[in-house]
Design a protein around this ligand. Structure first.
Ligand SMILES: Nc1nc2c(ncn2[C@@H]2O[C@H](COP(=O)(O)OP(=O)(O)OP(=O)(O)O)[C@@H](O)[C@H]2O)c(=O)[nH]1
Ligand SMILES: [Mg+2]
Length: 193
């Protein structure tokens, strides 16, 4: 018996401290850590699930936002099927950086049919940047989905997961395998590099 299999590469980018790792932590482990340490280089996680009868491995590359790691980002963007670009809804500089990250994404993925999800994180905070500023920046770039979320309060994270699943459904299976996977649970693996 053959089981179809596919791999989906999902890369998460954005300024340091906007909450990229916290969002991934919510997606993978359904938790939030108040004292999350800054990411060095990048962190890799993967989940395996059965989507429409196809064994689907979603590979998450959680990149470091600190400027000294910027030169590594193109490597993690290469061949990404999904790019999640995060900014902090309470910090105007991180919103202005969206254009820089989008440019980097376009340079790496110009010929690939990848999807861009933009997330404004920290919706739980009271000092949010005014919506007009956000709209002005978002209206000047192209993207597929935009959502405001809170990794801390778990707001809209399930919708992000639903988008990732929906996009994954439309990605062609890469190859067949005769390995029969009896039962697929959502599984996680964590490896920092
Ligand atoms: N209030 C609030 N704080 C958050 C939220 N998400 C993350 N944080 C906090 O923001 C800080 C930075 O979070 P990280 O997830 O480490 O940010 P990052 O984007 O991965 O940062 P780098 O790894 O340096 O690129 C931490 O103190 C988090 O606890 C949120 O939704 N609301
Ligand atoms: Mg991080």
């Amino acid at each position: 018996m053959f089981m179809q299999k596919k791999t989906v590469k999902c890369t998460i980018i954005g300024d340091s401290c906007v909450g990229k790792s916290s969002i991934i932590e919510r997606i993978i482990n359904a938790t939030f850590l108040d004292n999350k340490e800054t990411t060095l280089g990048a962190c890799y996680h993967q989940t395996k699930e059965l989507i429409n009868g196809i064994s689907t491995e979603i590979q998450y590359w959680d990149t470091a936002g600190q400027e000294r790691y910027n030169s590594l980002i193109p490597m993690y963007l290469r061949n990404a099927d999904i790019v999640i670009l995060v900014f902090d809804l309470s910090f105007v500089n991180s919103i202005e950086s969206v254009k820089k990250w989008k440019k980097m994404t376009d340079q790496m993925l110009s010929s690939k049919n990848s999807k861009l999800i933009i997330l404004g994180n920290k919706l739980d905070l009271s000092n949010l940047v005014n919506k007009k500023k956000i709209q002005d920046i978002l209206s000047s770039i192209q993207y597929d989905y935009y959502l405001e979320v809170s990794a801390k309060k778990n707001t809209n994270i399930n919708t992000v997961k639903r988008y990732i699943k929906l996009i994954s459904e439309n990605i062609e299976p890469t190859h067949n395998t005769n390995i029969i996977i009896e039962k697929l649970h959502p599984q996680t693996k964590k490896k920092c590099c």
